[in-house]
Ligand binder design. Structure first.
Ligand SMILES: [Zn+2]
Length: 295
């Protein structure tokens, strides 16, 4: 049954209504709205840079909102991870549809300045992250945010599980290209980018090329009606018992508390998808006795 998922036709219709409303509003208040749009475009600058069309919106049967789970899954207990474990798990997970890492994207107009940003970023623990290999394999979520397919279905499963427990989760950010991340990173600065407070900026934002959002496997989430996810009831639910709920859906905290040298300060709202099997089998020796981890 797909009754819970709005059809692509419905979404196209809704977009048309939104476009029409936007057009009318522009006519009525051209100056204020025009300025607001110009300002937002100045830094948003193509949030999604792939060849998506409405036909690539996620349209998965609800029964597939979870990856096939191992036998006896409900009685399995997840390993306990430290902050550095979580970071290593994402970096070493074998995730599909990722390209190899190419030359570092431009950050400012100055090669010398870019080198300074990259050096300080790496000192903080940021790592280069790959982009998707084939954008056609990705999925758009209802509001236009894109994720790799396994992450998209795992997000829907997590969202549904939360709803069943009385928490309304919202997806705030998903895949980001280099241009989008560059705009996010440079947002507080003005050309020619003196970077007086580069160290402060690196606590809050990855430079382009270094964001986990580039992979299409990272999400930023919030709980409706709560300004800070880290102090919301939904965060308490998802993070209890070493993030047991997140793990159950294949997600781990992206920048966990006590994560060590991991780039930004801990970000309770960001999660990365690695899959249930990777979580269960992390640190299992390759030739161990566990049949699950030796398939
Ligand atoms: Zn994020």
């Amino acid at each position: 049954m797909l009754s819970e998922v709005p059809s692509p036709g419905w979404r196209r219709c809704r977009w048309a209504v939104a476009a029409l409303t936007f057009g009318l509003a522009s006519l009525l208040a051209p100056t204020a709205l025009g300025a607001a749009v110009a300002e937002s475009h100045a830094w948003v600058d193509q949030p999604i840079t792939g060849p998506w069309t409405p036909s690539t919106l996620i349209d998965e049967p609800k029964s597939r909102w979870r990856e096939p789970l191992p036998a006896g899954f409900d009685s399995l207990s997840f390993p306990h991870f430290t902050g550095p474990d979580f970071n290593e798990l994402f970096t070493t997970a074998e995730l599909p549809n990722l390209s190899s890492i190419s030359a570092s994207p431009t950050i400012t107009d100055s090669a010398e300045m870019d080198e300074q940003v990259r050096t300080e970023a790496v000192e903080r623990g940021y790592q280069r992250r790959p982009l998707p290999a084939d954008y056609a394999l990705m999925r758009l979520i209802d509001d236009g945010l894109a994720l790799q397919r396994p992450a998209a279905v795992a997000w829907l499963a997590l969202e549904q599980d939360a709803a069943e427990h009385g928490f309304e989760l919202e997806l705030k950010s998903a895949y980001r290209g280099h241009r989008y991340q560059r705009a996010v990173f440079l947002r507080p600065f003005e050309a020619p980018y003196a970077f007086d407070d580069l160290a402060e900026r690196l606590k809050m934002s990855a430079p382009p090329g270094y964001s986990k959002h580039h992979t299409g496997y990272a999400i930023d989430i919030s709980q409706a009606g709560h300004a800070h996810f880290g102090s919301s009831p939904a965060y308490e639910w998802i993070s209890a018992d070493n993030f047991a709920i997140a793990k159950k859906h294949g997600w781990i905290p992206s920048y966990p508390p006590d994560g060590g040298r991991q780039g930004p300060v801990p970000e309770p709202w960001e999660f990365t998808y690695v899959g249930v099997e990777a979580i269960l089998c992390f640190h299992q020796p390759p030739a161990g006795d566990d049949p699950l981890c030796n398939r």
